[in-house]
Design a binder for this molecule. Structure first.
Ligand SMILES: Cc1cc2nc3c(=O)[nH]c(=O)nc-3n(C[C@H](O)[C@H](O)[C@H](O)COP(=O)(O)O)c2cc1C
Length: 159
């Protein structure tokens, strides 16, 4: 039985909702899926999953403090055989359209880079979900579209 784990950090609940949509889609493909906050997971249990998705809110164009700390802790686990995917929530950014602004406004970009460094095989490129303001709500199409992404990932995992 293929097992998937979705981990998220969420201050206002938006990233949690995205994580739940993703988990619902993966589960629909017949993959046993768990969805937990980074505060709830025992990191020694992570290696028993086949697939790990990590998502967080974009803070100061990168990772939230809690996610930074979590990813640092994760370095102590051997995840060489793991498949992975990263996602984030963020605002529509005018900064990304400025030609001088070379940094990508995305926590998922940082998460994906860390996952690759840990030896995790990325099976789908990172995805961002747009929220209005700091507290949300999410853009209206986000939840169905992440559920679809989940189904796509689930199908890859069982193929
Ligand atoms: C301290 C802080 C910094 C933020 N910095 C950014 C940012 O640099 N870029 C951006 O797009 N959104 C930024 N935001 C908005 C967050 O992306 C938004 O609050 C988050 O996606 C909501 O997700 P959550 O409900 O899971 O916390 C920031 C929010 C907070 C609280």
């Amino acid at each position: 039985m293929v097992r998937a784990l979705i981990l998220y950090h969420s201050l206002f609940g938006n990233t949690k909702d995205v994580a739940i949509s993703l988990a619902t889609g993966i589960e629909e493909s017949g993959v046993a899926t768990e969805c937990l906050s980074i505060d709830e997971i025992d990191i020694n249990q992570i290696a028993k999953y086949d697939f790990l998705a990590i998502g967080g809110p974009t803070h100061m164009i990168g990772l939230s403090k809690a996610m930074k700390v979590f990813l640092k802790t994760l370095e102590s686990v051997n995840l060489n055989r793991m498949k992975g995917f990263s996602f984030d929530t963020r605002n529509h950014s005018r900064l990304n359209k400025k030609r001088w602004f070379i940094l990508e406004n995305s926590a998922a970009r940082r998460i994906e880079a860390k996952m690759k460094k840990m030896g995790i095989t990325i099976i789908k490129p990172r995805q961002s979900a747009i929220v209005y303001g700091r507290e949300g709500p999410l853009e209206s199409n986000v939840e169905p579209s992440f559920q679809e992404i989940g189904t796509e990932i689930g199908n890859i995992l069982i193929s």
